[in-house]
Write a protein that binds this ligand. Structure first.
Ligand code: AHR
Length: 551
């Protein structure tokens, strides 16, 4: 839908009456911000894997969300929900992490291979989570895992959507030998070993060629409560002399919880002592925006759910998410103490908003939550940060794909919809594989008070990338009430044409539901190019993408 400037101003005025949108702005505004794209300062190629995803056996993610079963009345391809595959393919997903999360360190991959009818039913890691929504069936696949969705089902899902698989190994409760055998089952040449022959029997003669392997998950917590030195020893045992079957395996270490720099420092120092660091391709970093001081489980007065929040909770959540930039910089610096040439990159393999319970799309969806325009702005801020640090961040995986935390999709039985976060991934997909370009944002910033503390956010934030003559700029305006008009200039080039697409809604709490699946969707936005410069008005709480052609 194309939107005129007048419609936008009218929209901003209407929106001001709603909960989180501020005073109207009836007059045309003057340019108050400058965005400068500096083509002569490339940062690095934006790894497509930054636009990665995460799937865990948790609540309604796998069973009901992805896997409906071959005999289901819900349209499926080999048991996998077809509507999900069709929508997911459109945003060109690069990589999907599976099977957890905390679940991974309890999962025995042997349970999920072989004839489905003979697979064992097991207790799910999350069976006793205190956050199960009221009324959830405690004996369904969400509490007990039927193992119908295992290694081959997951790799077929990846193939259907065109993504690479990233498998997370169980380091807490299985042996290194089980890890190597899993790699053998997946990657050994056709009929070369008993496991390769088994794979052939199950319909996959050719090796799956899986490159990305996580070595444990949150080993400082649910993955074993290790000390960094102990985890370094386990990491060495798991990764030393591992056959790759012709594939250059990329091992990902279980990195810190947010700002725990000592976990990074002590692991790197101890792993480097025995040369084990060089087996590692990426160092995981998990960062959730909690909207609470205490994190998960602290659903006290400062915490909002996904759809009911005050302006100060809105800003506090975004500022919490925005901390990811300082975490990237700080861990990067510490990693250099043992890896001065930065052979190892950062993998932010869990990120997103984690709201208080209350907006689950259905009762079995443990940690299920709605995704509003607030979450879309959060996704824009975060993906722009990763783009700006394309030299440091090699992969990132939003948590989690469907029916859980910051999801792109909601699905239950026959019902299905995409969320505003999906649209952000759609908008940003042209950054994948492009050269990140240094981009300066000048203009007023936002300051806010939350729980007696002051915080701030940039007035506008974003990133830019170049692929041949195609320039992509993405920008978020996190303000709840202030539209910003910006002049966009390109140093080292001249813009010939520019088109803009935006995600915004009249209320920041707007979200898609099964009953109203298109409440939030992308709109064409009007933009002006004058003598090589673009002038644009950014609505409050919006995410905008420009596709520009250079002369
Ligand atoms: O994404 C939900 C959980 O959050 C994951 O299982 C775990 O790794 C993290 O604590």
């Amino acid at each position: 839908m194309k939107q005129t400037r007048r419609e936008f101003l009218h929209g901003a005025a209407v929106a001001s009456a709603a909960l989180a949108i501020g005073p109207p702005h009836p007059h045309s505004r003057a340019v108050d911000s400058e965005i400068e794209l500096i083509l002569t300062e490339p940062i690095g190629t934006i790894a497509p894997e930054i636009y990665g995803h995460f799937v865990e056996h948790l609540g309604g993610v796998v069973y009901d969300g992805i896997w409906v079963g071959e005999g289901s009345r819900i349209p499926n391809t080999g048991g996998i929900r077809r509507q999900l595959v069709e929508a997911f393919r459109k945003i060109r997903p690069s990589v999907i992490r599976w099977p957890g999360g905390c679940f991974a360190d309890q999962y025995d991959w042997h349970d999920g291979v072989g004839p489905r009818a003979a697979r064992p039913k097991r207790t799910n890691f999350w069976v006793d989570a205190s956050e199960w929504p009221a009324g959830a069936r405690r004996n369904g696949p969400q509490s007990y895992d039927s193992n119908q969705f295992g290694t081959l089902e997951f790799s077929r899902f990846c193939r259907q959507v065109g993504a690479q698989p990233y498998l997370a190994a169980n380091l807490r409760s299985l042996r290194p030998q089980d890890f190597w055998r899993w790699i053998e089952y997946c990657n050994s040449p056709a009929n070369s070993t008993t496991l390769a022959a088994q794979r052939t029997t199950e319909g996959e003669r050719e090796p799956l060629g899986i490159r990305f392997w996580g070595v444990g998950n949150e080993s400082w917590g649910c993955g074993g409560n290790f000390l960094p030195e102990d985890y370094a020893m386990e990491f060495r045992r798991f990764t030393a002399w591992t056959p790759g079957y012709g594939k250059d395996l990329s091992f990902i270490g279980s990195g810190p919880n947010g700002g725990d720099l000592e976990w990074t420092r002590r692991f790197f120092a101890r792993a480097a002592e025995r040369g084990a660091l060089w087996a590692m391709w990426g160092w995981g970093l998990h960062h959730y925006a909690w909207n609470t001081r205490g994190g998960r489980g602290d659903w006290g007065k400062d915490k909002s759910d996904a759809v009911r929040f005050s302006p100060s909770q809105y800003y506090e959540l975004l500022a919490d998410a925005n901390r990811v930039e300082s975490l990237i910089k700080a861990h990067w610096q510490v990693m250099a103490e043992s890896d001065p040439k930065h052979a190892i990159k950062l993998v932010v393999d869990e990120w997103g908003a984690w709201h208080a319970p209350g907006s689950e799309p259905f009762s079995e969806a443990l940690f299920g939550q709605q995704s509003t325009m607030r979450d879309a702005v959060l996704a824009g801020l975060t993906l722009d940060t990763f783009n700006r640090h394309a030299d440091k961040v090699a992969m990132a995986n939003v948590a989690q794909l469907i029916n859980c935390l910051q999801s792109l999709f909601l699905a239950h039985e026959e019902k299905f919809c995409v969320t505003p976060t999906y649209h952000v991934f759609d908008l940003y997909s042209s950054h994948m594989g492009a050269q990140s370009i240094r981009t300066e944002f000048l203009g007023p910033s936002i300051s806010f008070a939350h729980d007696d503390q002051r915080g701030s956010l940039p007035g506008l934030a974003g990133s830019a990338s170049l692929k041949e003559k195609a320039l992509t700029l993405t920008v978020t305006n996190p303000s709840l009430d202030t539209p910003r008009e910006a002049r966009i200039t390109v140093r080292g080039g001249r813009v010939q044409t520019a088109s803009a697409t935006a995600l915004w809604a009249r209320e920041v709490t707007a979200h898609n539901r099964f009953e109203e699946p298109r409440a939030v969707e992308l709109r064409r936005a009007e933009t002006t190019v004058r003598e090589g410069t673009v002038v644009h008005l950014f609505p409050p709480a919006s995410v905008t993408k420009f596709a520009m052609a250079l002369v």
